[in-house]
Write a protein that binds this ligand. Sequence first.
Ligand SMILES: [Zn+2]
Length: 107
Amino acid sequence: MRQLLLLIFVFFASQWFFKKLRRAQAGLHTGPQTGPQTGPQAGQRTAPSSGPRASSNAPQLPDPLVRCAECGVHTPRGESVVAAGHRFCSIDHAQRHAARPAGEDAR
Ligand SMILES: [Zn+2]
């Protein structure tokens, strides 16, 4: 019977050890900012490499949607193209908007 108790003790000890090790690895990955607001929606997309925050691939912050100035399509901010103070869904629309003379779509 003492062997069984020893076995259970070893089992729990190994569980605790692995949990601690995994937590240490997770702490290394997420960094110091482990806030309580981790949204349940973690959309995983392949963001372009030219991002302002390319230090860690943390999918906690959902991208706000921005409206394309050319076609009006709402695009995630990480994928939008900023040109001349406007946001566009793609580079094509940014170029088309820039090529068009200003004031054409006047109300
Ligand atoms: Zn567009």
